[in-house]
Design a protein. Sequence first.
Length: 442
Amino acid sequence: MEPYRLSATKALHLIQKNELTVEAYARSLLARIESREPTVQAWAYLYPEAVLEQARRLDKVPTEQRGPLHGIAIGVKDVIYTKDMPTEHNSPLYKDSHVPVDAASIAILRAAGALILGKTQTTEFASTTIGPKTINPHSLPPLPVRTPGGSSSGSGAAVADYHVPFALGTQTGGSIIRPGSFNGIYGFKPTWGAVSREGQKVYSLTLDTLGWYARSVEDLRMLAGVLGIKDDDVPRKLKGLKGAKFGLVKGPVWRLAGPGTINALEKAKALLQAHGATVHDVELPEEFSNMPDWHAKIMASDGRTTFLPEYLIDKTRLQTFLANQVENVNGWTHKQELAAFDGVASLRPVIDSIVDGFDALITPSVVDEAPLGNGSTGSAAFNGMWTALHTPVVNIPGFKGENGMPVGVSLVAARYKDEHLLEVAEVVGGVFEKEGGWKSAL
């Protein structure tokens, strides 16, 4: 197997046993990128010579001094500060912008020995649905081009296309889960506040969450451990699905679900039951019907102050959606915004109590498979509620839409049950990937 195809866990094992050098690993990844990047266009910044220099330095580190991610390559969404690379936010206002510090997440990863490969494409300020130039690697020409989702567009595509085993993203609405589904990979959004957001352009102080992608739950768990994810209680190991209990939540926007998502949720339920789990249809209390409106008002309220500096510098170089938030074109009052903040806060302990009756909730990740074109990154309608509720969420791949593109479903746990959720996701993912009907052709 070519090194670029290795999982992070397998690559680390070989590097630790001195059966693979970091430089050889990096060269394999860079060769894959060179052959695919002209079409996929996942990267905002990549300097191969700097990557190889970094790899050679890592190879010189004595074995006993190597960190838990020694030599493992990671892509970084281009809203997260990296002291040795530009951070441009896909905005003309920040072209060639350099910040001489690392974000907290990058500092932790460097200390763990990670190979920071480059910066991945994002929508402008990780905040709009107007896509960057990145193309879904499962629909490259001559197939009709489709979006990889957003705003973490490049991160999702880079992991799916074997450019890197890991990539960081951020989620304010659905920017981790949606690309995870569209690209047929695992996307993990931890509990809000479980990992530091210091050192990244923040859209919403109350919504933004750092997350990451991988092609296996084992790899998700590896990165979670390095970034300090830890439950209060040691999670119970699931040896299988027999006796497990799931709640199926369609949510307040189920009417938007397309055939790919309807089929995925039905098949997910059937597979869980066939493997001995019980699945209960869960109707959330009526108050949860307010969540889409409340999430939108919170984003608009936070966006109004977040993007005011850029608006004042030159509003003509800011996407209309962001300028409209600064100008409050919806005319929302502080009273309405307070009702949204307080309403969501009141429902967080409610959802915790509901989820705690199950091993996890299962719910849609997306409206349907990735839409055609890459001008729009698609709808986050099914994601905003969970982001606002601060719950951890994992996209589980394995299903497909009417055009053969991947469609995932989400598992949700109560707040600060992240390790538990990953344990459940590993067992569920093993079933869905094997029996769900979609297989990557990459």
